[in-house]
Design a binder for this molecule. Structure first.
Ligand SMILES: *[C@@H]1O[C@H](CO)[C@@H](O)[C@H](O)[C@H]1NC(C)=O
Ligand SMILES: *[C@@H]1O[C@H](CO)[C@@H](O)[C@H](O)[C@H]1NC(C)=O
Ligand SMILES: *[C@@H]1O[C@H](CO)[C@@H](O)[C@H](O)[C@H]1NC(C)=O
Ligand SMILES: *[C@@H]1O[C@H](CO)[C@@H](O)[C@H](O)[C@H]1NC(C)=O
Ligand SMILES: *[C@@H]1O[C@H](CO)[C@@H](O)[C@H](O)[C@H]1NC(C)=O
Ligand SMILES: *[C@@H]1O[C@H](CO)[C@@H](O)[C@H](O)[C@H]1NC(C)=O
Ligand SMILES: *[C@@H]1O[C@H](CO)[C@@H](O)[C@H](O)[C@H]1NC(C)=O
Ligand SMILES: *[C@@H]1O[C@H](CO)[C@@H](O)[C@H](O)[C@H]1NC(C)=O
Ligand SMILES: *[C@@H]1O[C@H](CO)[C@@H](O)[C@H](O)[C@H]1NC(C)=O
Ligand SMILES: *[C@@H]1O[C@H](CO)[C@@H](O)[C@H](O)[C@H]1NC(C)=O
Ligand SMILES: *[C@@H]1O[C@H](CO)[C@@H](O)[C@H](O)[C@H]1NC(C)=O
Length: 857
C-alpha cells in the first residue's frame, strides 16, 4: 500500500494523461491533491486510495445519482503547501472551499476550466502573486469568488467582467492596487462586492446603478479619490454601503436618499464637505450611520429624528454646530451616539437620559449647563443601561449627581476637562462595573471618598487637576484591578498608604504636586508592574524604597521633595542602612544570601554583593596605583620647597587656628609648622599629577621630609568633618611596608587634603604593569599585596580588574571573592563598609591553603 501511495504521489501527474479505468477519476484527483500538501492534523486520514469512491471522505460531497464529486470543502483544516493540479481531475466539481488554511504559492489559473465550478473560496490563506489574468476567461458558471485575506498583489484583472454569473466577489484584505476594472459595473448579477483593505486608487466610475441587485458594497480603507458616484441611489436594494477611510470628497449625492433599504451607511474618514443633508431622514431603514472624521458643517438636521430604527450614530470629528435636536427623542432604538469633537453648543437634551442608550460620547464640544439636573430629568430613573458616558472637554458646570451610583452598568465615566465643582459623591462606590473613572481637570473639592473601594472593577482612576484634600483612603486597595492611579495636582496630604502596595497591577502612578508627607512605604517595591511612579513635588521624607522599580526611577519622578534622601536625589540618608552582607567570617552556613563554608574554603556571595566587591577592589588598587604613579613621574623634578610648614608634634595632635581660612591641620607624627595658608601650596609648580580622585602635589616640610599632598575632588561625598576625620584617623594608624603612609590631613568644608609620605622609588603601578625586567607580578604576589594592604589598614567587571597577562595563572576561587569584597569596601555609605578586621578575616578565609605560602619579596 505504501508503495502504491508513493507510486501515485510521484507518478500520478503522468498517469493523468493516460486514463486508468481501474481507478475512479475523482479518487485519483483527490489523492494526487492530498499528496501535494501537508496535513499536520491528519484531517484527511479518511482519504484512502484503496477506496472505490471518495464520496464518504471527509470534506467531500458527491452527486447522489452520478456519484461524482461536486463539493470539496476543507475550511480550517490547517492544510499547507500548494493547491495542486489534482483538483483539475474533478470534472463535476461545483464548490471548492479551502478557506482558512495555510496554502501558499500562486492561484492556479486553470481552476475555472472545471466547467461546472460555481464557488471558489480560497480566503484566509497565504496565497501570493497576482490574480492570473486568464483566471476569469472561462468562468461562465462562477457565482462566488473569494480570495479575501491573502497576500495577493497587482491589479484586479479586467477579465473579471466576463463572469456574468457572478453574484459575490470578495478580494478584501490583500495588497491589490490600481484602479477598479472598467467593466466592473457590467456584472449585473452582483449582489456583494468586497474590495476593502487594499491599495486601490482612482475614482469610483459612474454606472454603478447597473448593479440593480447589489446589496453590499465595501470599499473601506483604500485610496479612492473623487466623489461618491452620483447614481449610487440606483442600487435600490442596497443594504450596506461602506466607503469609509478613503480620500473621497465633495458633498453627499442627493440620489443617496433613494436607498430606503439601506441599513448601514459608513462614509467616515474621508473629506466630505457640506451639511448633513435634510433628506437623511428618508433613509428609514438606517440602523447605523457613520459620517465621522469628515469636514461636515452646519447643524444636525431635525429630520434625523425620523430614523426610528437607528441604533448607532457617529458624527464625531466634524465641524457641526448648534445643538442636539430634540427630535432625536424619536430614535427610540438608539444604542450609541458619538458626536464628540464638533462645535456643538447648548445643553444636554433630555432624550440623552432616556432608558436604552448604552454609549453616549459628547466629548470635545461646548455643551454647557449643569449635568446634575439636565432639563429636569433625574438620573435615578434613567440611564441604568448606560455603559459609556463621556462628557469630557465641554463646559459643563454644577456638581456630579449624588445618585451617580444608580448607573450600575457604567464602564467608562469621563467628565474630565469641565467646570464641575462640589465633592466626589460617595455613591461612585456603587459603580461596580466602572473600569475608567476620569474626573480630572475640574474644580472638585473635598476628599476622595473611602467608598471608592466599592468600584472593584476600576482599572483607571484619574482625579488630577482638582482641589481635592485629605488622605488617600486605604480602602482603595480593594480596587485590585487598578493599573492607572493619577492623583497629581491636587491638595492631597498625609502619607502614601502602604495599602497601595496591594494594588499589584499598578503600572502608572502619579501623585506629583500634592502635599503628601512622611516616608514612602517599603512595601511599594512589591509593585512589579510599575512603569512610572511620580511623587515629585510633595513633602515626602526619608529614603526611597530600595529595589524593584525604584532602582531605576527617573530623578524627575522624585524631585521637589526636600526631605527625601537616597542616591537618586543626591542626598545621603542618615546612616540607618544595614550592611549589605554579613561579614562575620566565623559564622558558617548561609545567612541573608551570604555563605562561608569553612571546610571547603569556598565563598558564595550574593550576585549584587559580588559585583559590589569587584568594583571596589578596582577602585582601591586604582587609587593607590595612580597616586604612586603620579609621584613617581615627577620624582626627578628639582625640589622646590613650598612655603608651607606644619606645626604640631604628638600623634593626632591638632593645631586649630582661629582663622577660619586656615581650617584644621592634623599631623600624625613628626614635627612640622604650619606657616602659610594651605592654598599657597597648591600651585602648578609643585603639582605631581592628577588622578581620578584628585590632584597630587609635592612639597618639603620644614624638617626636610618630602610629602605628597592629595587634594580631594570627590570630598562632597563626605559631608561632615567628623566623618572625614574618623575615616582618615583610621588610615593614620596604619604602618605597613606595602602601603604609603598617611602622615596627616587638612580639613575645611571646601578643601580637604591628605598628606602622604613621599615615595621616590617606584610605584605599585609600575610593579603591576611594567615590572622589573618585564617580569610582572604573579597572582600570588598580587594577592599578598591586597592581603597585606588589608592587614595593614585606605577599608566593572571582574575580568577587567585582573591583569590579562595573568589569565589562567591564578585561582578563580580567590580572585573573584577578592574583587567582590573590594566593591563593598568602596560603598558610598561609610557605614556599609566592613571593619578592617572583618576584611582581614575574610581575606584569610579566601586564601587557598596550598598557595598562601609564597611571599612577596
Ligand atoms: C510555501 O510554504 C512552504 C513551507 O510550508 C515553503 O517551503 C515554500 O517555500 C512556500 N512557497 C512559497 C511560494 O511561499
Ligand atoms: C470577505 O471575506 C472576509 C474574510 O473572509 C470576511 O470577513 C468578510 O465578511 C467578507 N465580506 C463579505 C461581504 O462577505
Ligand atoms: C466614531 O468614529 C470614530 C472615528 O472613526 C471612532 O474612533 C469612534 O470609536 C466611533 N464611535 C463609536 C461609538 O463607535
Ligand atoms: C477622558 O477624556 C479626555 C478628553 O476628552 C481624554 O483625554 C481622556 O483620555 C479620557 N479619559 C479616559 C479614562 O478615557
Ligand atoms: C491646600 O491646602 C492648604 C491647607 O489646607 C491651603 O492653605 C492651600 O490654600 C490649599 N491649596 C490649594 C491650591 O487649594
Ligand atoms: C494587603 O492585603 C492583605 C489581605 O487583604 C492584608 O492582610 C494586608 O494588610 C494588606 N497590606 C497592606 C499594606 O495594607
Ligand atoms: C511582597 O509580596 C510577597 C508575595 O508576593 C509577600 O510575601 C510579601 O509579604 C510582600 N512584601 C511586602 C513588604 O508587602
Ligand atoms: C513627574 O511629574 C512632574 C510634574 O508633573 C513632571 O515634570 C516630570 O516630568 C514627571 N516625571 C516623569 C518621569 O514622568
Ligand atoms: C543627581 O545628580 C545627577 C548627576 O549630577 C543628575 O543628573 C541628577 O539629575 C541629580 N538628581 C536630582 C534629583 O537632582
Ligand atoms: C572569630 O573567631 C575567633 C576565634 O574564635 C575570634 O578570635 C574572633 O574574634 C572572631 N571574630 C569575629 C568577627 O567574631
Ligand atoms: C538576615 O540575617 C539576620 C541575622 O542572621 C536575620 O535575623 C534576618 O532574618 C536575615 N534576613 C533575611 C532576609 O534572611
Amino acid at each position: 500500500m505504501l508503495l502504491k501511495f508513493l507510486f501515485l504521489a510521484v507518478l500520478a501527474p503522468l498517469l493523468l494523461v493516460q486514463c486508468l479505468d481501474s481507478i475512479n477519476d475523482d479518487v485519483l484527483g483527490l489523492i494526487v491533491f492530498k499528496a501535494g500538501l501537508q496535513d499536520p492534523e491528519s484531517k484527511l486520514s479518511s482519504w484512502n486510495e484503496d477506496d472505490d469512491s471518495p464520496c464518504n471522505w471527509v470534506g467531500v460531497k458527491c452527486d447522489p445519482n452520478t456519484h461524482r464529486v461536486t463539493e470539496v470543502v476543507l475550511d480550517g483544516f490547517s492544510l499547507s503547501g500548494h493547491i495542486g493540479r489534482g483538483l483539475l481531475r474533478l470534472q463535476f466539481l461545483q464548490v471548492l472551499s479551502l478557506a482558512n488554511n495555510n496554502f501558499n504559492g500562486t492561484i492556479n489559473p486553470d481552476l475555472p476550466r472545471l466547467g461546472g465550478l460555481q464557488v471558489i473560496d480560497l480566503s484566509e490563506n497565504s496565497l501570493s502573486g497576482s490574480i492570473p489574468d486568464g483566471f476569469f476567461q472561462q468562468c461562465g458558471s462562477l457565482r462566488s469568488v473569494s480570495f479575501a485575506r491573502n497576500d495577493l498583489t497587482g491589479m484586479i484583472p479586467d477579465s473579471l467582467s466576463f463572469c456574468v454569473a457572478l453574484s459575490a466577489v470578495n478580494f478584501s484584505s490583500n495588497g491589490l492596487s490600481g484602479e477598479l476594472p472598467s467593466g466592473l459595473w457590467y456584472l449585473r448579477g452582483l449582489q456583494s462586492l468586497d474590495l476593502s483593505y487594499n491599495l486601490l486608487e482612482g475614482e469610483i466610475p459612474e454606472g454603478i446603478a447597473n448593479l440593480y441587485a447589489l446589496r453590499a458594497i465595501n470599499l473601506r480603507r483604500n485610496r479612492f479619490t473623487g466623489q461618491l458616484p452620483v447614481d449610487i441611489g440606483g442600487c435600490q436594494v442596497l443594504e450596506l454601503l461602506d466607503f469609509s477611510e478613503n480620500s473621497l470628497s465633495g458633498g453627499l449625492p442627493e440620489s443617496l436618499q433613494r436607498l430606503s433599504s439601506c441599513a448601514t451607511v459608513r462614509l467616515g474618514g474621508n473629506s466630505f464637505t457640506g451639511e448633513v443633508p435634510g433628506w437623511i431622514g428618508e433613509l428609514t431603514s438606517l440602523e447605523s450611520l457613520d459620517l465621522s472624521v469628515n469636514r461636515l458643517s452646519g447643524r444636525i438636521p431635525v429630520s434625523i429624528g425620523d430614523l426610528n430604527v437607528l441604533k448607532e450614530l457617529n458624527l464625531s470629528m466634524n465641524q457641526l454646530t448648534g445643538g442636539l435636536p430634540e427630535s432625536m427623542a424619536n430614535c427610540v432604538n438608539l444604542l450609541a451616539i458619538d458626536v464628540s469633537r464638533n462645535r456643538l453648543t447648548g445643553n444636554l437634551p433630555s432624550w440623552i437620559f432616556k432608558a436604552g442608550l448604552k454609549s453616549v460620547s459628547l466629548s470635545g464640544n461646548s455643551l454647557d449647563e449643569s449635568i446634575e439636573h439636565p432639563s429636569g430629568v433625574s438620573l435615578a430613573v434613567s440611564l441604568q443601561s448606560l455603559q459609556v458616558l463621556d462628557l469630557s472637554s465641554n463646559v459643563f458646570s454644577g456638581e456630579i449627581p449624588s445618585d451617580i451610583g444608580v448607573l450600575s452598568g457604567l464602564q467608562l465615566f469621563n467628565v474630565s476637562r469641565n467646570q464641575l465643582f462640589g465633592s466626589i459623591p460617595p455613591s461612585v462606590g456603587e459603580l461596580t462595573m466602572v473600569q475608567a473613572l476620569d474626573l480630572s481637570d475640574n474644580r472638585l473639592t473635598g476628599s476622595i471618598p473611602s467608598e471608592i473601594g466599592g468600584a472593584a472593577s476600576l482599572k483607571e482612576l484619574r482625579l488630577e487637576m482638582n482641589f481635592l484634600t485629605g488622605k488617600i483612603p486605604t480602602q482603595i486597595q480593594k480596587c485590585s484591578s487598578l493599573t492607572s492611579l493619577i492623583l497629581s495636582r491636587n491638595n492631597l496630604s498625609g502619607p502614601i498608604p502602604a495599602a497601595i502596595a496591594n494594588l499589584t497591577n499598578l503600572k502608572y502612578v502619579d501623585f506629583s504636586f500634592n502635599r503628601f508627607s512622611e516616608s514612602l512605604p517599603k512595601e511599594l517595591t512589591n509593585l512589579s508592574h510599575l512603569l512610572s511612579f511620580n511623587i515629585s513635588h510633595n513633602n515626602l521624607k526619608g529614603d526611597l524604597p530600595l529595589g524593584g522599580f525604584f532602582n531605576t526611577i527617573f530623578p524627575s519622578s522624585v524631585s521637589g521633595n526636600p526631605s527625601l534622601c537616597g542616591s537618586i536625589v543626591n542626598r545621603s540618608c542618615p546612616s540607618v542602612h544595614q550592611k549589605p552582607i554579613v561579614l562575620n567570617p566565623n559564622s558558617s552556613g548561609s545567612s541573608n544570601g551570604t555563605s562561608f563554608n569553612l571546610h571547603h574554603r569556598k565563598i558564595a556571595l550574593s550576585i549584587s554583593a559580588l559585583i559590589a566587591i569587584g568594583a571596589a577592589a578596582c577602585i582601591t588598587l586604582g587609587v593607590v596605583a595612580v597616586t604612586l604613579l603620579n609621584i613617581h613621574a615627577r620624582s626627578s623634578m628639582a625640589r622646590s620647597p613650598a612655603a608651607f610648614t606644619f606645626s604640631g608634634g604628638e600623634d593626632f595632635s591638632c593645631s586649630p587656628t582661629n582663622d577660619p581660612n586656615y581650617g584644621k591641620l592634623v599631623m600624625f607624627s613628626g614635627d612640622a609648622d604650619f606657616v602659610a595658608g594651605a592654598q599657597a601650596l597648591l600651585n602648578k609648580d609643585s603639582e605631581l599629577g592628577r588622578g581620578g580622585f584628585g590632584v597630587v602635589y609635592r612639597t618639603v616640610l620644614r624638617d626636610g621630609r618630602s610629602v605628597a599632598i592629595k587634594k580631594l575632588t570627590v570630598s562632597s561625598l563626605i559631608k561632615s568633618q567628623d566623618e572625614f576625620e574618623k575615616e582618615v584617623k583610621k588610615l593614620g594608624e596604619v604602618r605597613h611596608h606595602n602601603l604609603v603612609t598617611l602622615e596627616g590631613y587638612y580639613w575645611t568644608p571646601s578643601l580637604q587634603l591628605l598628606i602622604y609620605e613621599f615615595v621616590s622609588s617606584g610605584s605599585l603601578y609600575k610593579h603591576l604593569h611594567d615590572g622589573p625586567d618585564k617580569n610582572y607580578l604573579s597572582w600570588r604576589q598580587r594577592f599578598n599585596i591586597i592581603l597585606g594592604m588589608a592587614r595593614a589598614l585606605e577599608d566593572g567587571r571582574v575580568e577587567e580588574c585582573i591583569d590579562g597577562r595573568l589569565q589562567g595563572t591564578f585561582p578563580a576561587d580567590e580572585a573573584i571573592p577578592v574583587v567582590k569584597l573590594g566593591l563593598i569596601c568602596a560603598s558610598q555609605v561609610p557605614s556599609n563598609r566592613p571593619d578592617m578586621e572583618e576584611v582581614v578575616n575574610i581575606l584569610e578565609l579566601i586564601q587557598c591553603p596550598a598557595e598562601g605560602q609564597e611571599e612577596l619579596e
